[in-house]
Structures are given as C-alpha cells and as structure tokens.
Design a protein around this ligand. Structure first.
Ligand SMILES: [Zn+2]
Length: 472
C-alpha cells in the first residue's frame, strides 16, 4: 500500500502545477488599449530581432512584444529595479512559463552584469527569439522547453549599459552600476569577508535565487574568450594575485562536473575551444576553460555565491575579446554561441534528480541533500524536489531533515539518462531544534563545507578591485 501510495503521489506530483510566486508583467495603459483595439493588433507587426544593440526602452519593447505574442511559451517578470529605476527584466521561456513544472529543473542565464560587456545582453534577446520561434518545429528545442524552465535576465546592470559606448573594446566606462559598484564583486563570499556595500541589483538577484532552486546557470561577460568555473576565490589570493595571471587553482568538490560543463560550452562554441589568447598581454586557456582563481582570484563574485549558497552550478562565460564590439559583428557572435547556449542549459538533465518524501508520501521541504564527498549541501524545494548534475559513476546521497532520521542512499549515474532517485525519510523524535538541523541555511551550508581543503578561516578582506584586471 505504501509503495502504491508513493507512486500515486508521485504521478500526481508530475501532473499538478503550482502558481509562480512571481506574476507576469502587466501591460501599460497604452499597450492594453492597443492590444484590445480591434483595429490594431500586436500580431499586425512583424516579429523579429535585429542584429543591433537595444537600449533599455528597445529591449523592454522586444520583451513585451515577445510575451504578448508567445504568451503560452513566455512570462515576463521583473526581479527588482536598478538604482536609476530600470526594471531588471527576466523572461521565462518554457512550455509551462507561469508554473514551476514539478520534477523539471529551473535554469538561468544572467547577462550584462558589467554594463559595458554588451554581447551577452544581445545574445540573450536572440536566444529568446530562437526558442519561441523554433518550439514545435525543432525537436531538440521542443524537448528542452517541454522539460525545462529557462529564466533569462538579459541585463543585470541596465544603468551601466546606458552609459557604455559601442566600439569600446576595453576600459571600464559603464562597467559599474550607477553608484560605481562592481556587481560581480558585490556578493557574499565564502572565502573572505566582503565589505562592499550591497547594491539594489545584487539584492534583487540574491532574493531571486533564494526563491527558485536553479540547477544550472550561465553568467555572461566579455573582454576574453573562455569558460571560467568555480572557485573564483581562494584563501590566499593576497599573495598570489600580484605574481602573474597564473595563480593557484581553487578546486571545488565538483571540479569534474564544472570542467565538464565548461567543456560542453567551449567545445560547442565556434572558437572558444581553441583557447587562443585575445592579445599577447593576455593568457591563453587550454581547451578554452579555466578555474576562476587560477586565472585571477576575485572576492564577491556571483558564481561562487550561486554554488556555495544555493547549490546552483554557475559558470562564467567570457564571450568576446572586445567588450562592446560594433553591432555589425553581432551575427558572428550569435553564430559562435548559438549551439553552446542551448547545449549548456540541457546539462541540467544530467545526473540525479528526485524527491524526498516522508512515510506517508508527503514532500519533505528544505531537507538538506548532499552527495557524499562533495561538501556542498543544497535544499529540497517545497515539493521535495532535488537535482544534482553528476558524471557517470556510483555515488551516495546523504539526506537530512529536522525531525527525521538521516539517510544515506547509494545510486548510479549513467551517461544516457538522468537517474530518478526518491528517498523516503522516517520520522524520529530524537532530533531537537538545538541539533545541527536547526541551523540557518547559511550556517548549514558552511557546516557542510567542512572538507579539509575548504576548512579555512575567513581572512581579512582583500581589495582585489584596486588591481586592474582587463576581464570579467
Ligand atoms: Zn565582466
């Protein structure tokens, strides 16, 4: 009976839906009037995306037009506003845009964190256009949107973009937000205390990723051509950073997976895999990938934050040697990145996923899940879901939740299909609030990250921003 109950519960889980916590963008009065005016329709206008740079108004118009025309495939929402009041738009593209699909992963791209690194921002608009226009005709894209919910934030720094200059390949005009802060140095840091004053844009992203359990993420930059993976920071960057570009790698417990994900992008890219240096003064990268800290360490980066705090596998993609190349080069960049952008997101379906449930088949929310030997823990969703990207092999999953006996389950991952693993926890009265599971999320993550090579004390902050780096 119990087995049958679980099966029925799981089958109901995959068919039921929940309302997204973040609602769709509402139309302005003018748009509503035009939309419902019988003599005018948004569908009278041709739908497309030019190879040119779109300022904030133009980008917003394209996103709104897309959400109107493809309302069954897209949902537009704002996670907050920039310092100057511009919306931080996120476009969801999925066959279930307004609902989290239970058992199916949420994934994301974040572009234009540095306002003058413009290629990723435009590629995100082209990616949205590709996904919505190919759904139903391209089998791979149809499968991806049927099984994945893709969230795209084309510009995390719209204020910086507005003051950036097309054709400026280097320099920092527009890199920072309107208050002069580098947003990719503005996140909490595992290795060092980050004393930078937190910014609106950073807070918006932190709240966003705390609400949605993203499985995989790409952070898009410019000024180099490489896929750079965690860790970005290291306990000893003060010593190493002044020596040369070639610092000591800061290896994460998921190094094999990060290398695989980075290679997936680089090898499907038109030229990244060659690893050629952008200029004689810059390094080349074997196979087009690098450990972040080995390139140069930084404090407060977004990708380490995603990984350590949220268990989300984020990689930084440097897409172009020139930060803000002429618009005429955009077709070249789109062609180089088109396949990589799609294949990378599909990697969310590699490894293990499943549900943590109790003896009655009810979801166990906020259970702490960890793959043994990979000391980054992450939490189940309100539906008891979890995901972990893993390469083929045999692993043990450790599951803990307040009020339940901890469990350890062995499982196997094969190349061809993701492993579905459902874990039943049995209640116990032995655990109390003062036990380890009563810790806050952050405390628990840091408690979990206790393998010897990660067990460093937080050092005094190092102001790596005072050193001029050309990239990222
Ligand atoms: Zn950057």
């Amino acid at each position: 009976m119990l087995v049958l109950g679980i099966v029925l519960w799981l089958s109901s889980m995959v068919t039921q839906s929940c309302t997204s916590a973040i609602g769709p963008e509402t139309l302005s009065d003018g748009e509503l009037a035009r939309h419902y005016n019988s003599r005018y329709s948004i569908f009278d206008e041709p739908y497309g995306i030019d190879f040119k740079y779109h300022n904030y108004e133009q980008m917003s118009r394209f996103l709104r037009a897309t959400s109107l025309r493809f309302h069954n495939l897209t949902a537009l929402y704002s996670i907050g506003k920039s310092f100057q009041g511009r919306n931080l738009w996120v476009m969801v593209v999925s066959s279930s845009p307004y609902e989290h699909m239970i058992g199916k992963p949420d994934v994301k791209y974040v572009a234009n964190i540095h306002g003058n690194e413009a290629v990723g921002r435009e590629l995100m608009l082209h990616l949205i256009h590709l996904l919505v226009t190919k759904y139903g005709s391209d089998p791979y894209i149809t499968w991806l949107l049927d099984n994945t919910r893709i969230h795209i934030l084309p510009s995390m720094n719209p204020d910086g973009f507005e003051v950036s200059k097309e054709g400026f390949c280097e320099g920092s005009q527009g890199r920072y937000n309107a208050r002069g802060f580098d947003l990719n140095r503005n996140f909490p840091d595992y290795f060092k205390q980050n004393n930078k004053k937190t910014q609106l844009e950073t807070e918006a992203v932190k709240e966003w990723v705390s609400k949605i359990q993203f499985v995989i993420s790409g952070s898009l930059h410019g000024g180099a051509l490489v896929a750079s993976y965690p860790f970005d920071n290291t306990p000893n960057s003060l010593i190493k950073v002044f020596q040369s570009y070639s610092s000591t790698p800061s290896i994460s417990p998921d190094d094999d997976v990060f290398r695989h994900l980075s290679l997936t992008y680089a090898q499907n890219h038109g030229s990244m895999y060659r690893g050629e240096a952008c200029s004689p003064s810059q390094p080349g990268f074997k196979d087009g990938i690098t450990n972040g800290a080995e390139w140069y360490p930084l404090t407060g980066g977004m990708q380490d934050f995603n990984y350590v705090w949220n268990g989300c596998m984020e990689i930084t993609f440097e897409l172009s040697c020139c930060k803000y190349p002429p618009a005429q080069d955009l077709p070249h960049y789109w062609e180089e990145n088109r396949v990589s952008l799609i294949k990378f997101l599909a990697e969310a379906h590699r490894g293990v996923h499943g549900f943590v449930i109790d003896e009655n088949g009810n979801a166990v929310e906020r259970a702490s899940v960890k793959v043994k030997g990979r000391d980054i823990s992450f939490l189940t969703t309100k539906y008891g879901e979890f995901w972990r990207i893993l390469l083929p092999g045999v692993y043990r999953l450790e599951v803990y939740a307040s009020g339940y006996t901890p469990r350890e389950v062995e499982f196997m991952v094969v190349e061809e299909h993701p492993t579905l693993l459902n874990v039943t926890l049995h209640g116990t009265k032995k655990w109390t609030q003062s036990d380890v599971w009563g810790h806050t999320t952050t405390e628990r993550r840091h408690t979990a990250m206790s393998s010897p090579h990660l067990d460093h004390p937080v050092q005094e902050p190092v102001d790596t921003d005072s050193i001029v780096f050309p990239n990222s």
